[in-house]
Design a protein around this ligand. Structure first.
Ligand SMILES: C[S@@+](CC[C@H](N)C(=O)[O-])C[C@H]1O[C@@H](n2cnc3c(N)ncnc32)[C@H](O)[C@@H]1O
Length: 509
């Protein structure tokens, strides 16, 4: 497959792997509302924040929306959008690689971009997500009026590039039919089945059995033009005429068309790839929406709530998990919150605190801007705020002494199984079983023996506790991590146990 090359590509390919695992540190005073919520706002570089989240959320996210810097060269107050082309690609590549790891098999990623980098982005996404998983390039009409002062052409749209984690598993919800769509259905012949719209009965190309004559109600005979064919067989078409499903015009002499009844069309409408500003909002609408949360320091590049609503309608259901790692003023989090989706938002800039926090507080208090009225938003819920904390391993690969049992467990579990860690809260060295392999960790005196040579060492006593904790769990192999083992290798072999020593056998990257 052709690939894109740029200065620094080789380094960019290693960046995600080389980024160290860090802890997330909660800042309780910046969170708000229900504290048992899973909703998270994280302030920090998304490369490190994503790496920190991976052991807990790999494969769990149903929909990712990102709106990265467009690299347009315009100097915004809130972040540096003026990156060099190669630097921009090097920024995006490792982040896309990590984001892919978060998607569930039926998940999707939507990426907003304009013409500056859009086509390069498509090529690197082909490489990261697989060309076969490309869904569509959506055109969003971001400006609703013509810019007559444009130097060349008035560019009114952005792209939203959509990829599936696995195109064979993904599906898109139908959107609600609009009044305008329904009003196109009429009932000129008072059909008892209700309003209908007429549709074509003829298709291009010749087809065997697709060329025959039919007779209308006045005796007039119709056939398809040469080189075309009827879309139904003669038998089906005659049945439809008998059932008054074919319309020959008011006078009965017009070329026949099919009656498509409103009562028989699908409940919703398929999502399409041209999103007009009157349906999903435009840039000015987005700016008006965020102005109310921060009047002194206006965020320059927000997206309208209706745009994100469209994304989440198509690709999520209530309670699904949504991720935005370029959160900006917090639009994705605000919309996900109002629509009853769980969310994780990552923002590097200080506007995580000055813009996202006040906006989400207002949402929880029931603000009525953006999509609130259309989704009947009444307030409630909560979010927790985090910043990036210590690295899990120091430069020599030793475990940071501040690392909790839960964090090291999550790290080990994820590096061994590549699945997210969700061990129940009870204190046990047993972490879980994946593909018939069980894992246990002796660390931080998990077995309540704080002596250095006590609970973190595999002895007959600690082994019995582990085996007792997992007595109902069948396994083919048990991997135990600990500081050292005092059990003979012969005995370990008999019990199908592999001992791994901390920290040396833990992959720090
Ligand atoms: C175009 S704005 C997103 C706007 C957002 N969609 C909204 O509606 O407000 C891009 C955001 O990405 C943030 N950003 C850029 N690089 C980042 C990084 N490496 N980690 C986290 N955030 C980053 C910028 O600070 C900026 O707020």
């Amino acid at each position: 497959m052709p690939i894109l090359n740029w200065l620094g590509r080789d380094d960019a390919l290693k960046t995600a792997t080389n980024t160290s695992y860090r802890l997330l540190e909660e800042v309780p005073e910046l969170g708000y509302g229900d504290n048992s919520t899973e909703n998270m706002i994280i302030q920090g570089d998304n490369l490190e924040a994503l790496k920190a989240l991976l052991p807990f959320y790999a494969g769990q996210i149903k929909c990712i929306y990102i709106d990265p810097p467009y690299n347009t060269g315009s100097a915004f107050e809130h972040y540096d959008d003026n990156l060099e082309h190669s630097q921009w690609l090097s920024l995006m590549y490792p982040r896309l690689e990590l984001l892919r790891e978060f998607l569930s098999e039926d998940g999707c990623i939507y990426i907003s971009i304009d013409d500056d980098e859009g086509h390069y982005l498509k090529v690197i996404c082909d490489e990261v997500f697989g060309r076969k998983n490309f869904v569509a390039n959506i055109i969003w009409q971001k400006i609703h009026s013509l810019k007559n002062d444009a130097k060349y052409l008035s560019v009114n749209h952005d792209h939203i590039i959509v990829f599936a984690k696995n195109l064979d598993c993904v599906s898109f919800n139908l959107l609600t039919r609009t009044e305008a769509m329904n009003s196109r259905y009429k009932n000129p012949d008072n059909d008892p089945r209700g309003a209908w719209q007429s549709g074509d009965l003829v298709a291009n190309e010749e087809r065997k059995n697709g060329y025959f004559e039919i007779t209308g109600p006045t005796g007039k005979v119709f056939n398809v033009p040469q080189g075309k064919h009827w879309v139904y067989t003669k038998e089906n078409l005659l049945e439809m005429i008998a059932d008054n499903r074919i319309w020959f015009g008011k006078d009965g002499n017009s070329f026949p068309r099919k009656k498509r009844f409103l009562s028989e069309v699908q409940e919703g409408r398929k999502g399409d790839t041209i999103w007009l500003s009157n349906e999903v909002g435009h840039n000015q609408e987005a700016k008006r929406e965020v102005k109310i949360f921060n009047t002194d320091d206006i965020f320059e590049t927000p997206k309208p709530e209706r745009l994100i609503e469209r994304v989440l309608r198509l690709s999520t259901n209530p309670n699904d998990l949504v991720l935005d790692s370029f959160l900006g003023s917090g639009t994705t989090a605000a919309v996900a919150h109002k629509m009853g989706r769980r969310y994780i938002g990552i923002e590097m800039g200080n506007h995580a605190i000055t813009h996202c926090v006040p906006r989400l507080k207002a949402v929880i208090d029931g603000e009525q801007g953006g999509i609130s009225k259309s989704v009947n938003w009444q307030g409630g819920g909560g979010f927790r705020f985090f910043k990036l904390g210590d690295e899990v391993f120091d430069a020599d690969g030793c475990i940071n002494k501040n690392i909790s049992f839960e964090n090291l467990s999550a790290h080990i579990w994820f590096t061994e199984t590549k699945t997210p860690f969700n061990k129940p809260a009870e204190k046990s060295a047993y972490l879980g079983t994946c593909d018939n392999v069980s894992y246990a960790l002796l660390y931080n005196g998990i077995l309540r023996d704080k002596r250095v040579d006590g609970g973190n060492v595999l002895t007959n006593k600690t082994l019995n506790v582990i085996l007792d904790d997992m007595k109902h769990i069948p396994y083919e192999k048990l991997v135990i991590y600990g500081e050292s083992s005092r059990i003979s290798s012969a005995r370990l072999k008999t019990l199908h146990i592999e001992f791994k020593q901390t920290p040396y056998d833990i992959k720090a990257r």
